[in-house]
Design a protein around this ligand. Structure first.
Ligand code: C2E
Ligand code: CA
Ligand code: CA
Ligand code: CA
Length: 278
């Protein structure tokens, strides 16, 4: 009827308005988040094949909005990208990881590598490579301690991306391809791009026990990466069964809730993994 139709459109309008006002709130909040100390960087361990030692950590940004509480990066990162705020925010994340690596070193905690997520917008920003070089040098850290994680969308435009990737490699940083298999995957990427690591997206890991076809995909990615001399990290490992399946591969590292969630830097210790995995 006319009436229910009216109610319905009214309902949708409210829902849309709510979405828009949340977005406006997030956007204006993002502009002030750093100066108000609302952001911090969490770290999630990456574990070697035996699950015994930390081979590195991934830096993952956290934001607590004064009214909205914790906002997920999957919600605010796209807004930060749209507004280009990801450029100062991304620079801040890199600065934090530099300070953190030094702090761990001072405490005698051996963390040899930190993986930092780099947005496509950030990667293609003119001053990006210079900024990375300057930060690492000013903190006197070994560039090889850094692994920059890019996604397939970065390298869609290979003509521009390859020279930038080469400059990053020339600094001495490592490069990894994040969320592999979810984007515009072309196997050509793996041959032409100066990558060190391939991160198999968690969606593949979470279905690896479902069917032989899912297993064939994961096995193929791992074998191909090995043939191309790339390290592999399986993301989103949540269960012993998934780990058991993946373990048959020699050249692999893991990251996931089975080992540890992302956590405050103060809770990371070099020996923590021994207690988590049998
Ligand atoms: P990502 O780079 O793929 O990061 C992995 C995500 O998987 C993280 O979500 C992590 O908390 C989550 N995760 C880890 N282990 C497991 C597991 O066992 N199971 C499941 N289901 N999830 C797991 P998070 O921290 O919410 O970050 C979401 C995304 O936001 C990241 O995905 C990344 O794309 C982006 N992001 C986070 N921090 C930054 C940053 O500093 N800069 C940029 N540009 N993007 C960031
Ligand atoms: Ca990542
Ligand atoms: Ca990922
Ligand atoms: Ca992702």
């Amino acid at each position: 009827s006319k009436q229910s139709g009216g109610t319905q459109s009214c309902f949708y309008t409210n829902e849309m308005e709510q979405k828009i006002s949340r977005k406006v709130l997030l956007e204006s909040g993002l502009r002030r988040a750093l100066e108000r100390n609302e952001m911090k960087v969490y770290y999630q361990p990456q574990v070697d094949r035996d699950g015994k030692g930390i081979i590195g950590v991934e830096a993952l940004l956290r934001w607590t909005h004064p009214e909205l509480g914790n906002v997920s990066p999957s919600e605010f990162i796209p807004i930060a990208e749209e507004t280009k705020l990801i450029i100062p925010i991304g620079e801040w994340v890199l600065e934090q990881t530099c300070l953190q690596l030094k702090e761990w070193k001072d405490r005698g905690i051996v963390i040899n590598r930190v993986a930092v997520n780099i947005s496509t917008i950030q990667f293609h920003n003119t001053n990006f490579v210079q900024m990375v070089r300057r930060k690492i040098h000013s903190h006197k850290l070994p560039p090889s301690s850094f692994e920059l994680e890019i996604t397939e969308s970065v390298i869609q435009d290979s003509f521009t991306a390859i020279p930038i990737m080469k400059e990053i490699k020339a600094i001495g940083c490592n490069l990894s391809l994040d969320d592999f298999g979810t984007g515009y995957s072309s196997l050509r990427y793996l041959k032409d791009f100066p990558l060190d690591t391939l991160k198999i997206d968690k969606s593949f890991i979470q279905t690896v026990l479902f069917s032989e076809k899912d297993q064939a995909i994961v096995d193929t990615i791992i074998n191909m990466a090995a043939q191309l001399g790339l390290k592999v990290i399986a993301e989103g490992v949540e269960t012993e069964d998934q780990l058991e399946y993946l373990k048959k591969n020699v050249n692999i590292g893991y990251q996931g809730y089975l080992f540890s969630p992302p956590m405050d830097a103060g809770n990371i210790t070099t020996s923590m993994i021994f207690t988590e995995v049998k």
